[in-house]
Design a protein around this ligand. Structure first.
Ligand SMILES: [Zn+2]
Ligand SMILES: [Zn+2]
Ligand SMILES: [Zn+2]
Length: 352
């Protein structure tokens, strides 16, 4: 994530809604990909004070104004009451259950970070419409009192998240039970978006052989592969996969690798925004966002070593508890190639 600054000079975070220094309301401007201080005009609209916004006028997203679970703005001329991120919602939690409000807020925060990153990278986001029924949409569901629990997953553009994942006690219990070193809401959103983009990049495109050459044959029975994974997890996954779960099926391998690619791009951009420079054998390594994958990977390895060293200094678990082997690096590079081809317009994804 890039670094944001208020017109008063104060450092701002992506989720901030109020500047403690100049006392202005804040909002994220999706059309400018920046956070801005705002001045409310007599007609109720808001003028953005950030010089990057050129005095453009906005409304607050309805979920900002009425629910407090969003901080994004909607350009005044856009008739949609919801911002670019909130309009992708297909089902929101049942707000008559008090605890759901807080959980929903956490889910929306992670979702906005995903949507920001996709917009920033330049990946096309097409919401679900009658003309594009497999467009991107989100359903936030709670487990029913009786019956089968809700599975977090992706089907035909729809990303379903079990809102229980927003409960840190439950999420940690699941993480322990599954022996996972890392489980976060943002990780879930990034992983599931990988399935969405897989459909756009490979399904019905004739390009599946490109995928299979790196990740394996996705035509193997998915249900059976997951059952096998949960009953008898693969003990020898480290050489070939970024996580144990990635070894369950080529689709999951792609989604896990995709999520890691997004972790990598975001964290490198944050390091760059902060002006962080690390030394490698006497040479400075900066984290400027580059198209060259080997450069990105090298900077990422350096940065994760620094991140983990800092975690250990604080007595916390490693911030990045993963190892990138040469095979995993090839998979990350395959994701990079796909993303690069789409964002540079070299190849148009279907529905793009
Ligand atoms: Zn300010
Ligand atoms: Zn919103
Ligand atoms: Zn998955």
């Amino acid at each position: 994530m890039r670094r944001f600054q208020c017109q008063c000079g104060n450092h701002l975070y992506f989720d901030n809604t109020y500047c403690l220094n100049c006392h202005h309301q804040l909002g994220f401007l999706p059309d400018r990909l920046t956070v801005s201080a705002l001045r409310q005009d007599r007609d109720g609209l808001w003028t953005a004070l950030n010089p990057e916004a050129g005095q453009r006028r906005y409304r607050q997203c309805a979920h900002y104004e009425h629910s407090g679970v969003c901080n994004w703005m909607v350009p005044a001329e856009d008739p949609n009451p919801h911002c670019l991120a909130c309009r992708l919602n297909h089902v929101i939690p049942d707000l008559s259950v008090p605890v759901n409000w807080q959980r929903w807020g956490k889910l929306e925060a992670a979702k906005r970070r995903l949507i920001y990153q996709l917009l920033h990278i330049g990946l096309p986001i097409h919401g679900r419409t009658p003309r594009d029924p497999s467009g991107l949409a989100f359903a936030f569901l709670a487990d029913p009192i009786e019956g089968q629990s809700v599975s977090t997953g992706h089907t035909n553009g729809l990303i379903t998240i079990n809102i229980g994942e927003a409960d840190p006690v439950r999420r940690e219990a699941v993480r322990e039970k599954l022996g996972e070193p890392y489980r976060t809401l943002l990780g879930h959103f990034r992983h599931e978006s990988g399935h969405y983009f897989w459909e756009r990049f490979f399904a019905d495109t004739g390009r599946q052989p490109t995928f299979r050459a790196v990740f394996g044959d996705e035509r193997q029975d998915y249900g059976q592969a997951l059952r096998q994974h949960y009953n008898q997890p693969n003990r020898y996954w480290q050489e070939q996969h970024i996580s144990r779960y990635a070894s369950s099926h080529p689709w999951e391998d792609w989604a896990e690798t995709w999520a890691h690619y997004l972790h990598m791009r975001d964290a490198l951009e944050t390091a760059e925004g902060l002006g962080l420079v690390l030394e490698d054998e006497g040479k400075a390594v900066s984290f400027a966002d580059r198209d060259d994958f080997q450069y990105l990977l090298n900077a990422w390895v350096k940065l994760t070593m620094a991140m983990n060293s800092m975690s250990r200094s604080m007595g916390s678990p490693d911030m990045y508890p993963f190892t990138i082997t040469p095979t995993v690096a090839e998979k990350l590079e395959a994701v990079h190639r796909e993303v690069h081809a789409v964002v540079t317009g070299e190849r148009r994804p279907p529905g793009g």
